[in-house]
Design a protein around this ligand. Structure first.
Ligand SMILES: [Zn+2]
Length: 91
């Protein structure tokens, strides 16, 4: 699998994870047909945890394999990392 590009929202590279989408669901509270479906669907997520210093929680396109999830993540057309904001000092 190719290396993942940094998150376009927060720039994190260390928090990126390729996951099964079912891991985002509560198995107990999800109908089994839906859980099974998402168990075979994958995405890249910029892992977010409550401790704060991690990723931003954004996720990439849904895919049918881990390899394709990574591919879609790296090939997204809208890459906000090309946007640069300048902080003015007001003078
Ligand atoms: Zn992020």
């Amino acid at each position: 699998m190719d290396a993942l590009k940094p998150c376009p929202c927060c720039g994190s590279i260390t928090q990126l994870r390729v996951i099964s989408i079912s891991s985002l669901l509560e198995e107990d509270e999800t109908p089994s047909a839906i859980f099974d479906y998402y168990d075979r669907r994958f995405t890249v997520i910029c892992s977010y945890t409550a401790s704060g210093v991690d990723g931003c929680g954004v996720s990439g396109p849904e895919s049918n394999s881990e390899e394709n999830a990574a591919l879609y993540w790296n090939n997204r057309e809208s890459d906000h990392s090309s946007t640069r904001y300048r902080i003015s000092d007001g003078r």
